[in-house]
Write a protein that binds this ligand. Structure first.
Ligand code: ATR
Length: 300
């Protein structure tokens, strides 16, 4: 028998009982995660007997988290910074894409067997297809070469994009490009961060993806791309979700470009995780509404 324990300020009703399945997110820190808002809203929307909590976990406790999932029958977890790589040795299986990327952000517990996925990657693809953006043979300029870039660049290359990476530091970009070439068998160009390089790339590019942290709150008035280089016909994706509309996206929209916020990637990676855990089609509109509501509430 379920009983209502909480109807939070955002109006999400959560029911728990002896049959309730537990999901959650582990990270450090994890307090500002909006995944609990998004996932609980989705469970509630479909009337599923699931609940989602946030757990601050230290790296040295990851093995015990994996054991706890098996012992307590925890159905699934999301894994966020800084544990996406470190969690892998404690899983029983890792799906091919996550293994290739070398990072896991979603784990499902199938009768004690823990399997890892990378829904940042699959969510990124789902986000592009939702926006009717195709990748094959498209010229894509990727800004950045950090951890968030690996999943994005890997799936872009696998789907046949022609990628150029521009990064402030050259060495990590060269390393990332070499890794993509090995894994996805695509040649990737690397250029220094300069207005000249940006201009020549953007003249020919179909898609621009910002995977750097430039423009993220609280320094949200920054952008790496001069506005004059943006134009209609270009699709611009920013993986930053706070603010929802970065300066880059605002300026791109002013110039008539198609723009997609990182909020959409966050929602789509969450939708993929939801579907892995529940086997149900994710209520994406509800998840988007909850995620943007939580972000706005965090700003207040
Ligand atoms: P994540 O793992 O979330 O991608 P990260 O590894 O710190 O975070 O990577 C952040 C990316 O933003 C890097 O590509 C970084 O460039 P460097 O490799 O030169 O550090 C880029 N970045 C961060 N601040 C930047 C800035 N002020 N100007 C240009 N690039 C910046």
């Amino acid at each position: 028998m379920n009983r209502e324990i909480k109807s939070d300020q955002k109006g999400t009703e959560i029911f728990v009982g002896t049959g309730t399945k537990l999901c959650g997110i582990i990270g450090d820190p994890v307090e500002h995660s909006i995944s609990p808002d998004m996932q609980n809203a989705a469970f509630s929307r479909l009337g599923l007997d699931f609940v989602y909590l946030a757990f601050r976990v230290k790296k040295e406790d990851l093995e015990r988290v994996a054991d706890s999932m098996r012992v307590l029958g925890i159905r699934g977890i999301n894994v966020t910074m800084p544990h996406k790589i470190a969690v892998i040795p404690f899983l029983d299986e890792v799906d091919d894409l996550a293994a290739k990327i070398g990072a896991v952000n979603t784990v499902v517990n199938e009768n004690g067997v823990l399997k890892g996925y990378n829904t940042d990657a699959s969510g990124f693809l789902r986000m592009l297809s939702t926006a009717d953006i195709t990748i094959e043979n498209k010229r894509v300029l990727v800004l950045g070469a950090g951890g968030a870039c690996r999943a994005v660049a890997c799936v872009l290359a696998e789907r046949g994009a022609e990628i150029t990476i521009i990064n402030r530091s050259f060495a990590p970009a060269v390393e990332l490009a070499a890794w993509i070439s090995r894994e996805a068998h695509r040649k990737v160009d690397v250029l220094d961060l300069s207005t000249g390089n940006m201009e020549s790339c953007l003249k020919k590019a179909d898609i621009l993806v910002n995977t750097t942290s430039v423009g993220m709150s609280p320094v949200s008035n920054e952008t790496l791309v001069p506005e004059k280089l943006l134009r209609s016909g270009l699709s611009v994706v920013d993986i930053i979700y706070n603010p929802i509309r970065t300066r880059l996206l605002q300026e791109a929209e002013n110039k008539g470009a198609k723009v997609i916020s990182g909020l959409e990637m966050l929602v789509q990676q969450g939708a993929e995780a939801f579907e892995i855990w529940t086997g149900e089609k994710a209520p994406v509109n509800e998840m988007r509404r909850a995620a943007s509501g939580a972000l706005k509430a965090n700003e207040d």
